[in-house]
Design a protein. Structure first.
Length: 234
């Protein structure tokens, strides 16, 4: 069920392409990604890392996938372009309520984004995502701004929406903290620096980045390793 819920990779929406790779530490993964386009204009995507490993964490990812598909179907049925123009406003709060209502003693980190492919504007929210998503422009990689609490711990939490105009050529890279466990270095700062360097060397190619980071060669990861790239112009 979990594998069937994962989106096709790569996925194209106009000038934009989204691709992902997940290497689970066990047969089931606590990392999960989703993306889709609505009305051939809005590219919606999310990246989640559920606490723990194995079946219980995988169950939360399956529920998360169903929640988001239900939301997308409702927007399509209602022809709700106005709401989509403000996405992902309120989305993380909705997920937070659903996770708390399950009573599974689980929480997750999350990054959700929406790209208006006509206006080329990215709107996003961050829920304790570590490391922060990275934007590659003109050969220079840098972390996005933003912060927010984990999902599933605080009933009254709110997540701020950040907005960014996108250039003609860029890559947005989101990786799980499990990837940093596979990189060399003795400190978190060293590993983040190594990650930025790898993204700059790989350019805008998803497959080249997976190779540069050694994801293709991971056999036994201590934690789930996941990566999502959103690119335009290459």
């Amino acid at each position: 069920v979990q594998l069937n819920l994962l989106p096709q990779t790569p996925f194209r929406c106009g000038e934009y392409e989204v691709a992902h790779r997940i290497v689970p530490s066990l047969y089931l993964s606590g990392d999960f990604v989703g993306y889709n386009s609505l009305f051939d204009r809005y590219l919606l995507f999310y990246f989640a890392d559920v606490s723990g490993h194995g079946a219980s964490s995988a169950f939360v990812t399956v529920m998360l996938g169903f929640i988001l598909r239900q939301i997308m179907r409702r927007h399509i049925a209602d022809d709700d372009l106005h709401v989509l123009s403000r996405a992902p406003e309120g989305l993380v709060e909705h997920i937070n309520r659903q996770i708390l209502a399950m009573g599974l003693d689980k929480h997750l980190t999350i990054f959700v984004g929406s790209i208006d492919t006509h206006a080329n504007v990215l709107r996003y929210a961050v829920g304790a995502q570590v490391p922060m998503p990275i934007l590659l422009v003109n050969g220079k990689a840098s972390f996005l701004a933003g912060k927010g609490k984990p999902v599933g711990l605080f009933e009254d939490a709110h997540w701020q929406i950040e907005q960014l105009e996108l250039p003609k050529t860029f890559s947005l890279v989101v990786v799980s903290d499990g990837l940093l466990d596979c990189l060399s270095g003795t400190s978190w700062a060293e590993k983040e620096s190594q990650l930025l360097t790898a993204i700059e060397k790989a350019g805008h190619s998803h497959s080249a980045l997976c190779s540069e980071l050694g994801i293709d060669n991971i056999k036994a990861a201590p934690d789930d390793v996941s990566i999502v790239t959103v690119t335009r112009g290459e």
